[in-house]
Design a protein around this ligand. Sequence first.
Ligand code: CMP
Length: 225
Amino acid sequence: MNNSVLKNIPIFADLKDEILEKIFSLMQKRLYKRNNMILMEEDVGDTLFILNQGSVKITRLSDDGREVILSILGDGDFFGEMSIFDGESRSANVIALEDSEVFVLKRGDFLDLLEKHPMIAIALLQELAIRLRRSDQQIEGLSLSDAENRIAMSIIRLAEDLGVIKLGQVIIDNLPFQQDIANMAGTSRETVSRMLKLLDGKGWIQRKGRRLIITNYDEFVKEFG
Ligand code: CMP
């Protein structure tokens, strides 16, 4: 493995090879198995994580002990930046949804890189703006729509976060489990199961094992987004 893996990480993508090499030498590789806890809410944290391969869910527990999924991150995404910037404890749990490979960077090294290479900071801010927009949409969706609509909206978020678009279709390999989709949408697993069957029956989606295909993504977003 060499520094070329960093070219697939959006916040580093535009940097020159020698800078990538420097960054690569500062990072430590870690592997997590599916369901492993990577970060725990309330823990003290001073490291940034870059997800080279895999997917993770960002969760918090509601007062009555239910898991609420705030977001799902995939290949090339980063997490752990919030504690670095505000000095508070970890804001959420981060749990591997599948076997995942991450790179870890120490706070001091990361802040140093941001100072020396403002392009990284700009890319990071762009991503944070996207995340804030999504959270705004999620708040709106959770308060306004019914369970069916919330599930469809969660599928759109999964398509954005984990899907690959091809000829108007979006393919999501390794679809999270129905309970995870329920925890994103604030509903029960049974309702998710019913809704997926309904969408399947109407031709909006196709399912094969853990793969889900949205047959016409633009139309799906028009209908449910
Ligand atoms: P930190 O608070 O250090 O640890 C938990 C991480 O989860 C946090 O940094 C962010 O990287 C990530 N996180 C928290 N909330 C969200 C969210 N709404 N969307 C995406 N990522 C989040």
